[in-house]
Design a protein around this ligand. Structure first.
Ligand code: HAM
Length: 421
């Protein structure tokens, strides 16, 4: 019996890998423009990091982690997200000593034991950025604009940026209480998950997808009305910076995010046509996380973009790059005598920087021409017994159909000239 890949995972097959390379190139280009440097951390970390960083009551930590004990009896977890790991690395390697503001980005696989569906997988890939060290709203705007700009550069349209502030340890408890006061008499009507959230994490009730919960929390107080002066000023300044930069956004007082580390700014970019998994980007400020992980208090902000969801969006909008296997030259030897000369020509062509291939399956000339057309190849270099005897190559320009006997030493020059025509 064939062994299949684990549920919730996807192979990126050769036909799709060029789309991934295309996205990754756009990511690297924009990070270079904005001065974010790449960081690569391991795919597994000590479980403790995520318990402390993400929060024990979150869905991610309580239900979705791939946690295992290794042979040395250590509890390790495949990273469900990368912010906590970047903070761990930032502290471990004292990156804060190198500059006041540290701007990092990453691309890589994350793992969550979630119920798989379109746009939701157990292994998925994120591109994320983290800016550690600045407390001012300008860095929030910078990070949000980077995300928006990347999506625009990919040609995507119909995306909505939602913005909220989730306050800080000073103002959030006050809001939490007024939210609980509002929901107390409605708890029986909430879904079972939200009934447990009521005590542990009542703000999560606001973004529960269950229609009954949405209805019950409809008239709930908004956190932006309960912000302390510092959080409120920060939020106002961020909004005006985004407006100045010409970035459209929608305020969403129900946007709370699924990780406990957020403070102040929270944002998401959604593409509604993706349905229930419409968030392509999520992020926010996490001013307390570095201290929570044992460092000095370091205000920070970041986001992560789900690359599978970007790919689905590119596909829906007809923006996937065309896949081409086009090569410059296909070398077609006929008979065993020609093999050596053909192989040398193939090696020389590649040394010169031409994309080239040859037959490795002992196909007859008809089969080889078929193969050359399949690529397609711009030129076919045919070498038979006569050509070997004369030290020449029959070079066929596949576009014009013209073929010419060329001195083997002049093949590359001839191709170069014809390609430039
Ligand atoms: P998150 O909202 O959990 O945030 O994930 C960010 C993005 O990853 C989502 O908007 C979505 O596009 C994608 N994503 C999440 N789960 C899945 C899944 N199961 N399958 C496919 N795609 C998924 C974070 O991870 C934070 N670390 C973001 C951040 C960075 N905040 C500050 N810095």
């Amino acid at each position: 019996m064939l062994i299949t890949g684990p549920r919730g995972t996807k192979d990126i097959l050769p036909g799709m890998s060029s789309s991934w390379q295309y996205m990754e190139k756009k990511v690297r280009d924009i990070c270079r423009l904005y001065g974010f440097k790449e960081i690569r951390t391991p795919v597994f970390e000590h479980t403790e990091l995520f318990l402390r960083g993400i929060g024990e009551t979150t869905d991610i930590v309580s239900k979705e982690m791939y946690t295992f004990t290794d042979r040395g009896e250590r509890s390790l977890t495949l990273r469900p997200e990368n912010t906590a790991a970047v903070v761990r690395s930032y502290l471990e390697h004292k990156l804060y000593a190198e500059s006041l503001l540290t701007k990092l980005f990453y691309i890589g696989p994350m793992f969550r034991y979630d119920r798989p569906q379109a746009g939701r997988y157990r292994q998925f890939h994120q591109f994320g950025v983290e800016a550690l060290g600045s407390k001012g709203p300008a860095i929030d705007a910078e990070v949000i604009i980077l995300a928006v700009q990347l999506l625009k550069d990919l040609g995507l349209t119909d995306l909505n940026l939602y913005l909220n502030s989730v306050g800080c340890p000073e103002c959030r408890p006050v809001y939490r209480e007024s939210l609980q006061d509002y929901l107390r008499e409605k708890t029986e009507k909430l879904c079972t998950d939200c009934q447990t959230r009521f005590d542990r994490n009542p703000m999560r009730i606001l973004d529960c997808k269950n229609p009954q919960c949405t209805e019950e929390s409809q008239g709930a107080p908004h956190i932006v009305d309960c912000l302390c002066p510092e959080c409120s000023t920060h939020f106002e300044q961020l909004k005006s910076l985004l407006t100045v930069a010409g970035i459209d956004f929608t305020l969403n007082p129900r946007l709370v995010r699924g990780l406990d580390y957020y403070t102040k700014t929270a944002f998401e970019i959604q593409y509604a046509a993706l349905g229930s998994q419409s968030a392509v980007c999520g992020g926010g400020r996490y001013d307390g996380l570095v201290a929570e992980c044992g460092g000095q208090s370091t205000p920070s902000i970041g986001f992560a973009i789900g690359l599978e969801r970007i790919l689905l969006t590119l596909e829906k909008q007809g923006l996937l790059p065309e896949v081409t296997n086009k090569i410059d030259v296909f070398v077609a030897p006929i008979g065993t005598e020609a093999q050596g000369m053909a192989f040398k020509l193939l090696c020389d062509l590649r040394k010169q920087g031409f994309t080239a291939d040859m037959d490795f399956m002992d196909r007859n000339i008809k089969g080889q021409m078929k193969q050359a057309n399949k690529y397609p190849a711009s030129f076919v270099a045919i070498i038979g017994d006569d050509e070997v005897a004369q030290g020449k190559v029959m070079l066929k320009n596949m576009q014009s159909g013209v073929q010419e006997l060329v001195d083997s030493s002049a093949v590359q020059m001839k191709i170069q000239v014809e390609m430039e025509d």
